[in-house]
Design a protein around this ligand. Structure first.
Ligand code: PRP
Ligand code: MN
Ligand code: MG
Length: 179
C-alpha cells in the first residue's frame, strides 16, 4: 500500500467483480442497440478501460474533457469544455462513464449539454458516488459503489494529479493535504 494511503476502500478484486456485474447488466440493457460510451477525462480512464472490456457488445468509445472554472474549490457548476466529442451523437444511445460523482455538478452540466445534441438516450455509469450527489437531482442508472464522504484517490482518481495509477481506491491520509 502507498505510504500516503490511510486505508484501502476498494481493492482490485472488488472493483473488477463489480465492473463485471455492471458490464453484464449493460450488455443486457443495450442488446438491441449498442451505446457509445463517453468517458470523462481524466478520472474515468481506468473505469472506461475495464468496464468496456466487461461489455459484450460492439460499443464505441469517445471522450470529453471538462473543467469547472473559478479558482479554489472545484465544481462551481460552471463548466468549460476542454475537449469535445469527436462523434455526432444525434439519435445515438449515449452512456456517460465517470469515476466519481461528488457534488454532482459536473455531471448535471454534462447531462444537459449532451441532451441538447439530440441523442436517443443519455444514461450514466459511475464507479463511485458520494452522499452529496443526492442533493443534485440526477438519475444515475449504474452505480458501482456508494462511498462515505472521504477524500479518495486511485484507480483514476487524483489528488493534485497524483495517485491516478494506484490499482485500488484508497482514502488519502489527511496529513497529505492538511499542514
Ligand atoms: C472529478 C471526478 C468527476 C468530478 C466529480 O474530476 O473525476 O469528474 O470531479 O465532481 P463533482 O460531482 O463534484 O462535479 P476532476 O474535475 O477532478 O477532473 P479529473 O477527472 O481530470 O481528475
Ligand atoms: Mn473527472
Ligand atoms: Mg480530479
Amino acid at each position: 500500500m502507498h505510504e500516503d494511503v490511510e486505508r484501502v476502500l476498494l481493492d482490485e478484486t472488488a472493483i473488477r467483480d463489480r465492473l463485471a456485474q455492471i458490464g453484464r447488466q449493460i450488455t443486457e440493457d443495450y442488446a438491441q442497440e449498442p451505446p457509445i460510451l463517453v468517458g470523462v477525462l481524466k478520472g474515468a480512464v481506468m473505469v472506461m478501460s475495464d468496464l468496456a472490456r466487461a461489455i459484450d457488445l460492439p460499443v464505441e468509445m469517445d471522450w470529453m474533457a471538462v473543467s469547472s472554472y473559478g479558482s479554489g474549490t472545484r465544481s462551481s457548476g460552471v463548466v468549460r469544455i476542454l475537449k469535445d466529442l469527436g462523434t455526432d451523437i444525434t439519435d445515438r444511445h449515449v452512456l456517460i462513464v465517470e469515476d466519481i460523482i461528488d457534488s454532482g455538478l459536473t455531471l448535471k452540466w454534462l447531462l444537459s449539454n449532451l441532451r441538447s445534441r439530440g441523442p436517443r438516450s443519455v444514461e450514466v455509469c459511475t464507479m463511485l458516488r458520494k452522499p452529496d450527489a443526492a442533493r443534485v437531482e440526477i438519475d444515475v442508472r449504474y452505480v458501482g459503489f456508494d462511498i462515505p464522504n472521504e477524500f479518495v484517490i486511485g484507480y483514476g482518481l487524483d489528488y493534485a494529479e497524483t495517485y491516478r495509477n494506484l490499482p485500488y481506491v484508497g482514502v488519502l491520509k489527511r496529513s497529505v493535504y492538511e499542514d
